[in-house]
Design a binder for this molecule. Sequence first.
Ligand code: F0G
Length: 472
Amino acid sequence: MTETQGPRMIPEPYKIKMVERVRLLPRAQRERAIKEAGHNTFLLRSEDVFIDLLTDSGTNAMTDTQWSAMLQADEAYAGARSYYRFVEAAQEVYGYRYVLPVHQGRAAEHILSQILIKPGDIVPGNMYFTTTRLHQELAGGVFVDVIIKEAHDPGSEHPFKGNLDLGKLAAAVEKAGSHRVPYVAVGAPVNMAGGQPVSMENLRQVSAFCRSAKIPLVLDAARAVENAWFIKEREPGYADKSLKAILREMCALTDAAAMSAKKDAYANIGGFLAVNDEGLYREAQNLCVVYEGLHTYGGLSGRDLEALARGFLESVETDEWMAHRIAQVRYLWSRLDDAYVPLVRPCGGHAVFLDAKAILPHLSQEELPAQSLCAALYAQSGVRAMERGIVSAGRDAKTGENHKPALELVRLALPRRVYTQTHLDYVADGVIETARQGNSVPGLKFVYEPKYLRFFQARFDPVVRSLAAARR
Ligand code: F0G
């Protein structure tokens, strides 16, 4: 264990004013529920879930100030007061010149990809994200992974496993020609690598490279405040800086940002596309009206815009929110690590990632170990997690072959301000027990596979192996 990963919990920097009942179904009912859901946790009813760690996206508990701001919303179709508050708050926190509201992150990805990518272009980035890559592909582009090799190794303790490999980036640009690279995409932190951060030093180098090659650098800002936390903690020279200052420094190294505001901004829906270039902003505004709604609401109600505006400001008004969030993730991580459950190391930002390959070594990747582990964890404990392995990786757009990611993970994502330490202890016990019984978990096979983002809606059946095959 590194010295930054002690299991010490800090008290919640909030008290609870409203609660929502949850219940644990009996085991037989959980088994029926996951079977009816085609062994896909996305297809469970949330009512049947005891502790929901499917995602930290849009599942946040808002502050009383966010709720009260919603009552003052201006619901005008055009030019609402709430729109201006949203834009000003996003500009203050992130620092980009132009901010276009959209209904969530993938809408920003869609608009950006449609404007910038031409068929045959390549988009280098630090590990794919599901919706991001799909929008790049739908626009005719090809994603090229230029993350450092340590990111693909769950055991590597590299402190900034999200970093881009400058050599790989330069080689990809050289091979395609810079005119075929509409932008470089940097996710900070990197969700699919285990919530692993990018260092400021790396961002600076990538930014310098992009500026000299005249290629825009686009930040995936969904959890950029989390990334700022890791910079503050791990990178020399940042310990005394506020998250707000670090975030602004990160953004200033980039030219644009696609933002899913369902994460860091403590809201339930929303996002933005932020750019510094006026021409790009005009084009984005124009596509917004086609796909999202008028550019002054972008598919969001005035109430949403108000909650988001407050959420942006509050996300960096004090470092305490993030200190508590990271401490919660580390607490769960440490409990599992102490019990020798194989995990992605070091502990990342928004979630704990289980190494399903190591937990279910009897399954081949084609038998979908992470999907199988998710289903088994739900049956065991009523805890809902998400597959982040071969199912999420999908198929190669050209060849139709399955992508085979090195990482075969189950993600336990922590919604912000929603669960207590006792909940986390319950989750840890459930995971430990599921891992202990790992060798009895059957593999799964697809029985329904949708064309796009298959992990959301696919259905599976258990693989029944012959006794002889099981013995091999
Ligand atoms: N980028 C990152 C890094 C994300 O994690 C997500 C969503 C998006 C973009 C897309 O944003 O959902 O608002 O359209 N991540 C969710 C998750 C779905 O569970 O990690 P969106």
